[in-house]
Structure formats: structure tokens, C-alpha cells
Design a protein around this ligand. Structure first.
Ligand code: ATP
Ligand code: MG
Length: 452
């Protein structure tokens, strides 16, 4: 993408109403525009990141054997009356009437709708296990929308629902979700710690939240620092292997890690040596639940067992806050000059800065570099504007591409360009070909579905 033809409405000033780094940088980097409290347009740069996250979520869900689909944002109130949640959900639910006076709502989550789909089409244990998911906009009329996309009213969420014949199968589905979520966050360059949690309005007994550590997090968390050493890396996981999947979950849930809702100081002190006890702030980026027959029973989602019995299906639901993650990643990856994207989620792989726009040789070198990166499947943002070098560098630092290639007449005379890491600030001179090769190597482990 050439910056001269892109839409990147960068702000020079710090927006007054943005209290935290991610909100400030998302506005300044031209990623989002607020349209109403808690409701945002995703401008092109922000949209690219959102799509990258969405792709990673899809890839990891499909890898775990879960099936993508899409449900609507608007739901009929009657479905929610069946589960009893229409009255319980309260002011957070946006209730709407259509021209015929029919009551509808903008979905805050989809347990009722997916249960309705299931009961319409599935009858037998032979069709189980089944896990369906979608990534769709949700609306919750939060009393205090704040921190930009972190606590919005309209937000983008992956929600998945498992249907299983009994408790044991449902717990395997729960474990599968935990492991696929750990992989998902790791690919996004995040460490998200599974923590025992309270179930809230979804209901149920078994539930974990995934928290990213960050000073601006809304939750208080307590954990054994040993958990921060765990990594899945490129471990190959057989999601059909119950023991393997349960083993990974055990590994990640054995060290103490709880939010303030479930924290128990006595257990913390007894289980964790003092030098490993940590308390910090965390951002909730996902939650998984097993809730058994809470929805299937009242809504009549029944299956016939092998012995011919009719039983309500065991369910769980599993959410990832895709739009919140954009903010969470920035909270965990920035400095005073702007964002520092992890390689797995960066909107562009590299930025090209032309130090002498209009100089024929420099322009030609930049064009060749741009084409060379593209040929290797790497997306570059080429700053081809007639701007001072300082302004170009400031824009690149603000939008946070992990790698910048600087091209100028002085380097070209020596046959080199400069490759700079946004994270370390370190630069290295090398030929343009070597820079392309280096980036191809760096991004090899981060190859997902191309975004656009
Ligand atoms: P919170 O406690 O932060 O209000 P929640 O527990 O009510 O969230 P869930 O029902 O667990 O939310 O939804 C799954 C995920 O969706 C959450 O883990 C979070 O990442 C995301 N999410 C929930 N509410 C919002 C919101 N208002 N804005 C952005 N993301 C949200
Ligand atoms: Mg939650």
C-alpha cells in the first residue's frame, strides 16, 4: 500500500478524552473513529488489525475441530423468554421493536439462538459431538463504556457453543477450547493466563477467564509467577486426544491464578511460595463456560442416546473478545511514541520510508523494494509522501509496524538500505535483497490467511 493513496488520518494532538494508551494510540494512528459512546468505525488501519485477529481466531478454531457459521445480530425476544433470560438480562440488553410491534433485541450473546438451531436439526447422539461458532458484532448497553474498544457497547466477539452427550464429552470440549484459546493468544503475541472465574449471567459451574496482564486492566488478579513461563510454542496438538488436551489444561491451571472474584488469600499463601506470589491488573480477553443443561432443558434441545433414551444435551459457551483484543495488544505492546505490533497481528509487515521523495534513483529503489516484498508475500506500507524524514519516522513509530526499511541516497551510494526494529530501535545496514530475505525469515512462523 502506498501511503499517498491510503486513508490514514493520523492525529497530531492527544485526544483529550482518551485515558489509556491503547485508546489514545488507536485514535491518533487513525485506526478508529468514535461515532457514539462505545460505538466505533474501524478505519482502514484498524480494520486490517481486526481482520488479522479474526483470521487467527478462525484458523485456531477450525484446527480444534470447531465449525464456523454466522448468526444474525438481531434476535426475537421470544427465544429469550424461553430460557428465562429476557427479563433477567436487564438494562444491558438493547431492546427494539419492528414496524409490526414485534419485540426484538440486538444480541449480547447467542446461547438461545444456537440452542434453537440445534433443536431444529439435531436429534441423535450420532450427530454429536458438535461445536459451532461465529464471529459477529454484539451489543451490550454498558453503563460506562470506556477505554475505546476495550469496553465498547457494540463489539466484535467470537462465541462458540459445544453440544455433547454427557458431562465427560462436554469437559473434553471445554478443554479443547482452553487449549485452542491459549494457542490463539500466543499467536497474537500475548500471554493470556487462564484464571478460575465466576460464571455471571451465562450461568454454570466450570469457567475460566483469560487475562492479559496490563496496568490498565479492569480486573485485579493474583497468580503464581511460574505460570508466566509456560508456552505452547509450535507443539503439535491432537485435539481428539482427550488425555493430551486435558494434560495441557492441567499444566496451565495447576499454578494458582485467580481474579479478585474467586481469590482466596489463605489458599494463595498455602500453595505459592512467597517469592512467586504476584498481584497485578488484567484485561479479560476471553472466557469459557461449561453449563450443562441450563439452556437445553428449558428449550427442549434433546437427543436420543444409544439406549433410546431422550436426554437434554450438555452445552458450554466460549467467547473471545476480538475487538477488545486490539486494545489489549496495544496495552501490552507500546512505548511513549506509539504502538509496537507483534509480528503475528501487525497491519503491515514493514514500512518503507523514502528519505528523498522525487529523487529518481531513490524512488526506483523504493519501488523495487516494495515489489520485492510483495513477491515474497509481505505487505509493505510505503511512505511515498513529500514529507520530512522526521515526520515519516514519527508516523511509522506511531502506527507501530515492527520493521521499517529506510531508503536514502547516501545508503544507496553504498548499496544499502537500513532495517530498523520498532521494538529494540536497533538498525542494521544491508542490501535491499538481504532486507527482504531477513523479513521473509522473520515472518515465516507468522504466515496466516492473507487479509486483503
Ligand atoms: P466483562 O466482565 O469485561 O464485562 P463479560 O464477562 O461480561 O466481560 P463475556 O460474556 O465473557 O464478557 O464475553 C466474552 C468476551 O467478550 C469477554 O471476555 C471480553 O473479552 C469481550 N467483551 C465483553 N464485553 C465487552 C465489551 N463491552 N466491549 C468489548 N469486549 C467485550
Ligand atoms: Mg466474561
Amino acid at each position: 500500500m502506498r501511503l499517498s493513496r491510503y486513508f490514514l488520518p493520523v492525529l497530531k494532538e492527544n485526544p483529550a478524552d482518551a485515558q489509556i494508551a491503547s485508546h489514545r494510540f488507536m485514535l491518533r494512528a487513525g485506526m478508529i473513529k468514535q461515532q457514539q459512546a462505545g460505538i466505533y468505525s474501524w478505519l482502514p488501519l484498524g480494520f486490517r488489525v481486526l481482520r488479522k485477529l479474526e483470521n487467527i481466531v478462525h484458523e485456531e478454531q477450525v484446527r480444534a475441530g470447531h465449525i464456523p457459521m454466522l448468526m444474525p445480530t438481531l434476535q426475537p425476544a421470544d427465544l429469550w423468554r424461553e430460557s428465562g433470560r429476557y427479563d433477567d438480562y436487564g438494562e444491558e440488553m438493547l431492546r427494539i421493536k419492528d414496524r409490526h410491534g414485534r419485540e426484538m433485541l440486538y444480541g449480547p450473546t447467542n446461547e438461545e439462538m444456537i440452542t434453537d438451531i440445534f433443536r431444529a436439526h439435531v436429534n441423535s447422539y450420532k450427530d454429536l459431538p458438535l461445536t459451532l461458532y461465529h464471529i459477529q458484532w454484539k451489543f451490550r448497553d454498558e453503563i460506562r463504556p470506556r477505554f475505546g474498544v476495550m469496553r465498547g457497547r457494540e463489539f466484535f466477539m467470537k462465541d462458540g457453543y459445544n453440544f455433547d452427550i454427557d458431562y465427560e464429552h462436554a469437559i473434553h470440549a471445554y478443554n479443547r477450547h482452553m487449549v485452542s484459546y491459549l494457542r490463539t493468544y500466543e499467536r497474537m503475541g500475548l500471554q493470556a493466563i487462564p484464571m478460575r472465574a465466576d460464571s455471571g449471567p451465562i450461568g454454570g459451574d466450570d469457567t475460566h477467564e483469560f487475562l492479559v496482564l496490563a496496568e490498565t486492566g479492569e480486573s485485579e488478579v493474583f497468580y503464581d509467577s511460574a505460570i508466566t513461563d509456560l508456552k505452547l510454542g509450535d507443539r503439535v496438538i491432537d485435539y481428539d486426544d482427550w488425555d493430551e488436551v486435558a494434560g495441557i489444561c492441567r499444566e496451565w491451571t495447576t499454578p494458582y491464578a485467580r481474579t479478585d472474584e474467586t481469590h482466596d488469600e489463605a489458599v494463595f499463601a498455602a500453595e505459592v511460595p512467597e517469592e512467586r506470589r504476584r498481584s497485578a491488573r488484567g484485561i479479560e480477553v476471553g472466557q469459557i463456560f461449561y453449563f450443562g443443561t441450563k439452556y437445553s432443558e428449558p428449550m427442549g434441545a434433546m437427543v436420543t442416546t444409544e439406549s433410546g433414551e431422550r436426554v437434554p444435551v450438555h452445552m458450554g459457551s466460549h467467547g473471545i473478545g476480538v475487538s477488545r483484543l486490539v486494545g489489549a495488544i496495544i496495552e501490552a505492546n507500546h512505548d511513549e511514541n506509539g504502538i509496537i505490533w507483534p509480528e503475528g497481528v501487525t497491519p503491515f509487515h514493514a514500512g518503507i520510508v523514502n528519505l528523498r521523495q522525487g529523487d529518481a534513483a531513490t524512488d526506483a529503489a523504493c519501488e523495487a523494494l516494495y515489489a520485492g516484498l510483495k513477491a515474497r508475500g509481505l505487505e509493505a506500507l510505503y511512505d511515498d509522501r513529500e514529507e520530512r524524514a522526521g515526520a515519516k519516522f514519527a508516523t511509522m513509530d506511531l502506527i507501530g509496524l515492527p520493521w521499517r526499511i529506510t531508503v536514502g541516497p547516501r545508503g544507496l551510494a553504498k548499496g544499502v538500505v537500513e532495517l530498523t526494529s520498532r521494538r529494540s530501535g536497533e538498525s542494521e545496514e544491508m542490501s535491499a535483497e538481504a532486507a527482504i530475505e531477513r523479513l521473509a525469515e522473520i515472518y515465516a512462523p507468522h504466515r496466516g490467511t492473507p487479509v486483503f
